[in-house]
Design a protein around this ligand. Sequence first.
Ligand SMILES: O=C(O)CC1=CCC(=O)O1
Length: 96
Amino acid sequence: MLFQVEMTVKLPPSMPAEQAAEIKATEKAYSQELQRSGKWRHLWRVAGSYANVSIFDVEDNAELQEIISNLPLFPYMEISVKPLCRHPSSIREDDS
Ligand SMILES: O=C(O)CC1=CCC(=O)O1
């Protein structure tokens, strides 16, 4: 199942820079492992924002919830999820 997930990062201004850097490094490693596995298909920065638009390819809602809730930045993000299905006019083979 494919999902579009938009994540907006809102780190508290009071968080020490070292702690923020550590969380971001852990987040990067976690997301890159999921990208290598194919579960995190796309990761795009939203230009001009500390936000991303991502496409996940997971078994079901429960797996998406598990992945998202384990993001190191999860406590500091606003997240919206949209389920996707194949567009009838799509010419891409990997859209479903
Ligand atoms: O910087 C972000 O958009 C948050 C994030 C998600 C995966 C990652 O590596 O950073």
